[in-house]
Design a protein around this ligand. Sequence first.
Ligand SMILES: [Zn+2]
Length: 382
Amino acid sequence: MHSCSSLLVLFLIAASNLSSWARPVNSSKVELCDYILCKLPDCRCAGTDIPGDDLNATSIPQIITISFDDAFRALDYENYYKPVFGGRKNPNGCQIGLTYFVANQYTDYALMEHSYSVDHAEFADHSVTHRTPSTWWKDATEGDLSDEINDQKSIMERWGGIPEDEVKGFRVPFLATSENEICALHKSNFTYEASMSTFELYWPFTLDYKSPICNSPATCPEYSYPGLWLVPIQFLKQPGGFICGMLDSCTIPVTKDDWVDFLWDNFNSHYQSNRAPFGLYSHAAWFYWSPVRAEAMKEFLDKVLALDDVYIVTHSQMLDWVRNPTATSEIEEFEPWKCPDRPAPSCDYKNPTCNTFLNNFPFRSCSSCPSTLPTIDNPEGQ
Ligand SMILES: [Zn+2]
């Protein structure tokens, strides 16, 4: 398979005589953003400015996104996700929406189908193997990354009952982004990439033009990827000036009240400012360390959901808003945030059609069992 950049060079040569292209394509070296050409809904320059021409911070909803990475397991669902997040409603009366970035091993695909259907969760892609060493991801070829990305998408659709093309986003293991990864996502028509950390309160933007998020481990693409959104991970601020990216790496809060204050203060740094989406990124393991964490999260959710302009939505719903900015006064009529009508799961996740061990891994699905563990280069498990 050609590497991304060698393909791009071929395109560049082929395109060199065409001068009339209105927007850069991925054959182009990335340039500074052109605010005249780059317009919503499909293009947005990177910045802290509020999307929408006539909206200001107090007239728009504050979006919160909450996501968990790695295996999607029943133990975490029953002990934490369901009791902490289940049954909570946004101000429009619909359930809050979480996003799970899922890797293959130990994931319960019957539970995935259940949660997609009943909790209205979004399931995004976090690779098939999540292999180590972490440096593999940074150095991998576009072909290898494309297999990791597209085979996990196929596995989630085939075994987790996620409708085709509903797997829209990707977070790379260890946040080890690369040009090849971004190129693979763009070629596979993914909607967004969600692995790059920043100190600034950037709103999501597209990678048509130059990205300002270049601090390690983020990669600044050298080429243009029109229409591919970058959902930044904003660093969280701990007491004493220490920062952390994912919640698991925030270690300074100890008591329940410390954690509530930490979450509330970081939320307010968005809510009282440009209202860039406030993201909480974690692994289920964050809950394991101390029972005060689940209690603190519940208290934080009680506080934010008591506000009539705060919405906890999935990553895709968040991007729907950024593409079509809508004032809080009109948000009840905003179609992408209305309660989705999803078909019932095709089996009971507690007693699924397939409930077995394959290659020493548990495997559960509402489909009949595959003959071997679905994995990279064999998503059908044949
Ligand atoms: Zn991970």
